[in-house]
Design a protein around this ligand. Structure first.
Ligand code: GDG
Length: 746
């Protein structure tokens, strides 16, 4: 315990999920509190018990009077460190059965035809998320770590962020995050993404889910990622993969208990020491229960020798039984079980023992420990803890085998199991046969590897890993905040400006002074910018240089009237205001190389809708701003690799800018251009601003005490400071121009 608190520096973890890890029920005036079922509750409950935190959620029961509410709240708090959110029947109907389980659950598991999109249910989803937010605000204290769980509360991180801007918030999704093609069906897709992005650390079970999420954020919100990091309102949010584990020790210890020993003996007697096949699921359409029953039926048909020698115990825990789809599934499963038993069973043997109920933990462990084969064949599953629990209980009494769906998140970790496609009934039939007839040595070897992994990456490691990363993200954010050019830093800059006699400004154009436009020619300066640059240049103590990647003609046409110095094509051409003509930086450079590179750029432009080539006097530029973002960046990387292959010893370089690739001679870059102006005077105030990778060359040559400013936040830059946007950059220049105007007027 002490270790854990040390790691979190004594901070309290508040878990918040739809349901509490305990459920309350009332019968004959007696209130009973028992453990909740379901993967999230069972998995995280051990972690919660192990740390002095708090868990907020619905207890599964609504007290009727205020007195009862308070009484139950106190009991949950004192005995279980739990804090209840009470939900009305209508809220449960619309938010839980409705939006959560009739929209999000089927959609995220790729059952698109089972989804309903009901605006009233969406409305309730928002309201109930707000209710959870209000409840959290009743108890949250400074320094607490808030850990939001699962798909019922995807709006909560952003809601909490609004109320407590500097809160430490983690979010973990326990179900799959679907691919963009499926997620885009959701009418409220932007709201859901923004809701989740209120967190600092966002976790998924598998790499694929993280990848899908990042792709949706890019395609729907237009936000780019960098090594799993996304910038949201100057906050770096991290997205990563944490495959959830189980409390393996608890299962292993229970297998060894006397109680389980007796239960196993009774169980084996009752099935006449037959080979035991087991499945354990909530009764849910994602779990592939009918498909599995069909495979078992086909197995008995194809391998008649096994009739009478094998028993399949199918445990289905009742779930969401108020929803019609679940009632229909129950009917289908009941009928299939009846059909198989009727077809193959005889008075002394039932092929299937079907239990539609929840069983005590020790009985569950007895089943896990005595099963020769577990069938975990969901059609889709975020992770699936049942297969891990089964494996943890194996290897002592028996060396069993696991048949596992490739569409369960856990398949990414349990490659030694027999992996199946749950829609391929034939291959599942064979997998059952293979699992039952596999040589003991092979099973032992496979089990050893899987059990070791489950023991090592258990639920505590999983939670600790998540917490470690969350705290690191927070530390980075705090460090970044100190770099925002606002408040005290901005005042220092203004004073430095006021006191300086010789000031140099090295300013990028696109993305720094104007926003990005779809077509490069649309980024013409507006009147406000022209006036601003004129004012800056009018101060005789200022030297203003616009260093751009644009060609000479555009810069001259747009900016020459402002009396600033101009650098075109990333330093290939200079035009000082007093000299009034362009000078070339590339004496002796030829442009013959373009003939070799151009055709390659052309091929890639043809293969990438929206991409086009711009020819500059010193460079060739391949733009992909208008392309579909993922295809564009994929092709850009491919193109860069191809160009690099051609560039050996040509004296050329290839630069990846903001949605552009530029090929040009090595001795031309913005840094070299900046160095020319830096050397002209003994400047006592220098401000360099840029938003792009090509501006990093400017930052690199600036003296240490210069004001180097990245416009738009990124985690990776050589600049010492940053500003949020081109608007903030203009506003800073405006404050400086204001100082100059006062001096000139005064
Ligand atoms: C969601 C995701 C993800 C079941 N029957 C009994 C019982 N259980 C316990 C099992 C297990 C849990 O319920 C089921 O967990 P799963 O992970 O298999 O599935 P979901 O409930 O759908 O959970 C899933 C999980 O969240 C965690 O992130 O893995 O993909 O869908 O722990 O042991 N426990 C007892 N009696 C039963 O009858 N005591």
């Amino acid at each position: 315990m002490k270790d854990k608190l040390d790691k979190l520096a004594g901070r309290r973890v508040i878990i918040i999920s739809n349901r509490l890890p305990v459920s309350v029920s009332k019968e004959n005036w007696e209130t009973t509190i028992s453990p909740s079922s379901g993967g999230l509750a069972t998995g995280l409950a051990s972690y919660h018990r192990d740390q002095e935190g708090l868990w907020i959620g619905w207890p599964g029961y609504n007290p009727t009077t205020e007195k009862e509410k308070t009484g139950l709240k106190n009991r949950l708090l004192n005995e279980f460190n739990c804090y209840p959110v009470y939900l009305s029947n209508l809220e449960i109907k619309k938010y839980y059965n409705g939006f959560s389980n009739d929209t999000i659950w089927p959609l995220f598991h790729y059952f698109t035809t089972k989804c309903t999109y009901d605006p009233t249910e969406w409305d309730y989803y928002q309201r109930v998320n707000e209710k959870y937010c209000r409840t959290l605000l009743e108890v949250v204290r400074p320094g607490d770590i808030i850990w939001v769980q699962d798909y019922h509360l995807m709006l909560l991180p952003e809601m909490v962020r609004r109320e407590v801007p500097d809160a430490t918030i983690g979010f973990f999704l326990h179900i799959p995050f679907p691919s963009m093609e499926v997620f885009r069906y959701l009418p409220w897709r932007k709201e859901i993404l923004n809701g989740i992005l209120g967190a600092d650390m966002i976790g998924f079970h598998t790499y694929d889910y993280s990848r899908h999420f990042l792709s949706c954020v890019l395609r729907i919100l237009g936000k780019e990622q960098n090594y799993g990091q996304i910038v949201v309102d100057n906050r770096v949010v991290k997205i990563d993969t944490f495959p959830m584990g189980i409390d393996a020790a608890k299962f292993i210890e229970t297998v060894e208990s006397e109680e389980v020993d007796t239960e196993i003996n009774n169980l084996m007697k009752s099935i006449k020491n037959n080979k035991l096949i087991l499945s354990v699921d909530r009764l849910d359409f994602t779990k592939g229960i009918p498909e599995r029953l069909k495979a078992f039926e086909a197995f008995l048909e194809k391998y008649p020798d096994w009739r009478g020698k094998v028993t399949y115990i199918m445990l289905c825990v009742p779930s969401r039984d108020k929803i019609q789809q679940y009632q229909l599934l129950k009917k289908e499963v009941d009928e299939l079980v009846g059909k198989i038993d009727g077809r193959f069973g005889d008075p002394g043997w039932s092929p299937i023992l079907y239990m539609y109920r929840s069983i005590p933990f020790s009985t569950l462990v007895s089943l896990y420990a005595s099963a020769d084969l577990a069938l975990v064949t969901p059609l889709r599953d975020g992770m699936n803890l049942v297969c891990k629990e089964y494996l943890a209980c194996q290897g002592q009494l028996k060396n069993g085998m696991l048949v596992l769906s490739e569409t369960a998140g856990s398949a990414a970790e349990l490659g030694e199991a027999i992996i199946v496609n749950p829609n391929n009934i034939n291959s599942m039939t064979e997998a059952i046969h293979q699992g039952l007839t596999m040589p003991e040595e092979d099973k032992k070897a496979a089990l050893k590897l899987m059990i070791n992994r489950i023991k090592r990456y258990n639920v505590f490691r999983w939670a600790d890993d998540f917490m470690d990363q969350l705290l690191k993200v927070k530390e980075n954010q705090e460090h970044n905040e100190q770099r925002l050019l606002a408040g005290r830093l901005k005042r220092e800059l203004l004073t430095g400006y006021e006191q300086a006699d010789k000031r140099l400004f090295l300013l990028d154009y696109d993305g720094t002074l104007v926003s990005f436009k779809k077509k490069p020619e649309q980024a013409k300066p507006d009147e406000e910018l022209l006036v601003l640059l004129k004012k800056m240049a009018a101060d005789p103590q200022n030297k203003v240089v616009v260093i751009s990647g644009r060609d000479q003609d555009s810069l001259q046409e747009w900016l020459a009237g402002t009396e600033v110095d101009l650098v075109a094509e990333h330093g290939a051409w200079f035009r000082e205001r007093d000299l009034d003509h362009w000078e070339s930086a590339q004496q002796g450079n030829t442009t013959d190389w373009k003939d070799n590179i151009y055709p390659l750029l052309e091929v890639f432009a043809e293969r990438t809708p929206g991409a086009f080539i711009e020819e500059k006097s010193s460079a060739l530029v391949w733009h992909y701003r208008k392309s579909e973002p993922e295809l564009g960046s994929l092709r850009a990387k491919e193109l860069v690799d191809n160009i690099r292959g051609l560039l050996n010893a040509t004296g050329l370089q290839v630069l990846l800018g903001n949605k552009v690739i530029e090929v040009k001679p090595v001795d031309i870059n913005k840094g070299k251009a900046a160095a020319i102006w830096l050397a002209k005077e003994n400047w006592d105030f220098i401000l360099g601003m840029g938003d792009d990778w090509t501006d990093e060359d400017i930052f690199a040559v600036l003296p240490e005490d210069a004001w180097s400013v990245k416009v738009g936040f990124t985690a990776f830059t050589k600049a010492r400071f940053y500003l949020e946007s081109h608007k903030a950059a203009r506003s800073l220049l405006d404050s400086l121009a204001e100082i100059s105007s006062k001096v000139i007027a005064g």
